[in-house]
Design a protein around this ligand. Structure first.
Ligand SMILES: NC(=O)c1ccc[n+]([C@@H]2O[C@H](COP(=O)([O-])OP(=O)(O)OC[C@H]3O[C@@H](n4cnc5c(N)ncnc54)[C@H](O)[C@@H]3O)[C@@H](O)[C@H]2O)c1
Length: 316
């Protein structure tokens, strides 16, 4: 069998570099494209080639034109939800503009390339529905970041219907694990790990009962390999090609702190600060569709995943 070729945008970042590791281990030829705005060159796996470029640039489009890629895993993004609130124009420029630049480059090749897009299951469904959130639930994002992610899915669905682009959108819940950054959607894990290591108190906003669906990065990376190999899904409605990736389990901030401290065998105080205005109370996704449609289910428990994450921060 000929080696298949994959481009991983954002492959110098937390999730993208783990995806690059997984596709390499599966025998693919891997190219990473990243502007290194937050990513680190050292995180690009040794077996991958590297292109330093912005996803909004002609250089990125040229990389796709010349790369003969079978799959483009698109993870490069402005990932900071709060930055999207203070500077929505920048967020839309990178997250929608950059993504459309890549789609249009893929379309221009005339080649059958599958795009796998890193969307969000934590920031698109909003607060009008009762979790667990199912792919077909209404989308009412509470941030410009969530709007840009869903807008990109709408562009992909348009390209699929009108231009026969092949794609799958993976809507990640809150992804945590080694290499993670404190600014991402599961940033609390990175912040708590560092504070426990430093022996400092953890700050919990409000009563700490707000829940999230924390999914381990290795499980998310494995889903990309499965999505890369799956049969094409016929073009239809935007949700038809979207799959939530999570655990379908809710963990509160207080529980998260307790599991981390137990794994670390170290106790620090928990301080409560004023609840943050507008913070979502519950967030958890249904993963039935990913189980049935991708043959995927998370394998790493939160206890195991948090222990591995803590160890990574402790040994950095
Ligand atoms: N972390 C989560 O919980 C989570 C949840 C849902 C979706 N996502 C999505 O997963 C993807 C990866 O997120 P992450 O947590 O690994 O973040 P990350 O910041 O570690 O990775 C993003 C990478 O994209 C690169 N990048 C940013 N802007 C770029 C640009 N204009 N051109 C080229 N490269 C650029 C950065 O240098 C970085 O390496 C993002 O699309 C993010 O929105 C993450």
């Amino acid at each position: 069998m000929t080696t298949r070729r994959v481009l991983v945008t954002g492959g110098a970042g937390f999730i993208g570099s783990t995806v690059a590791d997984s596709v390499l281990a599966d025998g693919w030829s891997v190219t990473v494209l990243d502007s290194l705005v937050t990513g680190k060159r050292a995180q690009v796996p040794a077996g991958a080639s590297f292109v330093e470029a912005d996803i909004r640039s002609k250089a990125a489009a040229d990389c796709i034109r010349d790369g003969n890629f079978d799959v483009v895993c698109h993870l490069a993004a402005q990932i900071d939800v709060r930055k999207s609130v203070t500077d929505p124009a920048f967020d839309v420029d990178v997250n929608v503009g950059g993504s459309v630049n890549l789609m249009s480059a893929v379309h221009a090749t005339g080649r059958k390339t599958r795009m796998i897009f890193a969307s969000t299951g934590g920031a698109v469904y909003g607060d009008f529905v009762a979790p667990p959130n199912i792919e077909t639930y209404p989308k009412d994002p509470e941030s410009p970041y969530g709007i840009a992610k869903f807008a990109t899915e709408l562009y992909l669905a348009y390209y699929a219907r009108v231009h026969k682009l092949d794609y799958i959108a993976l809507r990640f819940a809150n992804v945590y694990g080694p290499r993670q950054d404190p600014h991402g959607e599961a940033g609390v894990v990175a912040i708590f790990c560092q504070r426990i290591i430093d022996g400092k108190a953890l700050t919990v906003f409000g009563d700490g009962g707000q829940t999230r669906d924390y999914v381990f990065v290795g499980d998310v990376a494995r889903a990309h390999v499965l999505a890369a190999k799956r049969e094409t899904i016929p073009a239809g409605r935007v949700d038809d090609r979207a799959f939530n990736l999570g655990t379908a389990k809710e963990t509160s901030v207080v529980e998260l702190a307790q599991i981390l401290m137990k794994g670390a065998k170290k106790e620090v105080p928990l301080n409560h600060a004023e609840a943050r205005a507008g913070e979502q109370r519950r967030s958890v996704v249904s993963i039935d569709k990913a189980k049935a449609g991708l043959g995927w289910a998370p394998e790493v428990s939160i206890e195991e995943g948090l222990r591995r994450t803590y160890d990574w921060f402790a040994n950095r």
